[in-house]
Design a protein around this ligand. Structure first.
Ligand code: 8OZ
Length: 366
């Protein structure tokens, strides 16, 4: 048991978070040309700065790591300058913000790649589904399997992006190892059919993730780096024959880095929490020293219960933050939550992005 509540501060490495409400990473596809964050994005994040911690929307570490139209990057000087607008605005509003580092692997399309090249993956296994390109949805293609000799380049791209995030003024970074993207593709035996040092055994499938974590913590120091996994999520056509064993191994192997937190999507991403009935998330925590950030479908009651029972140290809320910029205040007062507009989730302008009013204004307008 624990007497923690959502509204108590938490020490996270060198940072003190004002509360345990985290804004989960949310792709909104509103970067400017060149995948550059701009003033509108800064306004959006600053509006949500009362979260104890904001995790930025996923930011691709390279052109190759991009898989959706209009998502921001974190690898060019122009992108760093754009993100600086965001971090300044969040800090001016007394918030904290981490940058989520992202490589989509096979969840991309030649239209989004340099020179129309094939997306890359651990193995040439085509995902089910469609990519969101600038000219609409297009079926995924069979990706090109990365050569072993290319993997140091991927690790170097993560290191470079981590350095860019440091220059951009973030408070830390989160390694996106969830939702069926590149690092998750290496972990799982549905997508990793390799026979070299990066495939087969649990140790081999975990190797790239650990190399990336070593590179990123080398830039930031251990306790400013978090990591996100989604062990029981089928997102982006991912699966493993034994996810409990796989992720038990992954989390134990990660412990030596002294990460700030482990961010766990419990269940199907944005869907049912019992996607794999009986999956034991608490078992993953055993032997992991960092904070545990729980995510997926939490409401106020579930969040307080999980904190009070000591099952989590932080709770990440995703979609509720979209229509409720002052989510922390609303939760504190047990106030009703506004519903988001699906039509303006991805792409577009200020509408459905920065024009959701805070509670007092919403009440006054009625
Ligand atoms: C929704 C749409 C596009 C990307 C993820 C970064 O699943 C995403 C994402 C979610 O983690």
């Amino acid at each position: 048991m624990s007497d923690a509540t959502l509204f108590q501060p938490l020490s996270l490495g060198p940072l003190t978070l004002a509360n345990r409400v985290v804004m989960a990473p949310l792709t909104r596809s509103r970067a400017a040309a060149g995948d550059i964050p701009h003033a509108l994005n800064a306004t959006y994040y600053a509006q949500r700065a009362s979260a104890g911690l904001i995790i930025s929307e996923a930011a691709q570490i390279s052109q190759q790591g991009k898989g959706y139209a209009f998502t921001p990057g974190i690898s060019t000087p122009e992108q760093v300058a754009g993100w600086r607008l965001v971090t300044r605005a969040v800090h001016a509003a007394d918030g904290r913000i981490f940058c989520q580092l992202w490589h989509v692997g096979r969840i991309s399309h030649p239209d989004l790649q340099a020179d129309g090249g094939l997306p890359v993956a651990p193995s040439a296994v085509q995902p089910e589904g469609q990519a969101f390109t600038e000219s609409g949805f297009k079926p995924f293609v069979t990706p090109r399997a990365l050569a072993e000799a290319e993997l140091p380049g991927i690790v170097a791209d993560y290191r470079h992006a981590a350095e860019c995030a440091l220059q951009a003024g973030f408070d830390g970074v989160e390694i996106h190892a969830a939702n069926g993207y590149l690092l998750d593709q290496f972990l799982r035996d549905k997508t990793n059919l390799r026979t070299d040092g990066y495939g087969g055994s649990l140790e081999n499938r975990t190797r790239l993730l650990l190399e990336v974590t070593a590179a990123v913590t080398g830039v930031w120091g251990d306790n400013r780096v978090g990591l996100r996994i989604s062990p029981s999520s089928p997102a982006n056509d991912i699966a493993d024959s034994n996810p409990q064993q796989l992720f038990g191994h992954v989390v134990q192997a990660l412990d030596r880095f002294g990460l700030a937190y482990l961010h766990v999507v419990e269940g199907a991403t944005g869907g049912p929490r019992d996607s794999i009935p009986g999956f034991d998330f608490q078992a993953l925590r055993q032997g992991f020293r960092g904070a545990y950030m729980a995510n997926n479908g939490y409401d106020l009651g579930m969040a307080q219960e999980a904190l009070g029972a000591g099952r989590a140290d932080l709770i990440a809320f995703g979609r509720p933050f979209i229509a409720n910029p002052d989510l922390v205040q609303r939760l504190r007062h047990g106030a009703p939550l506004a519903k988001l507009d699906q039509a303006t989730l991805y792409g577009g302008d200020a509408h459905g992005y920065t024009d959701y009013p805070p509670m007092a204004q919403a009440a006054a307008a009625q």
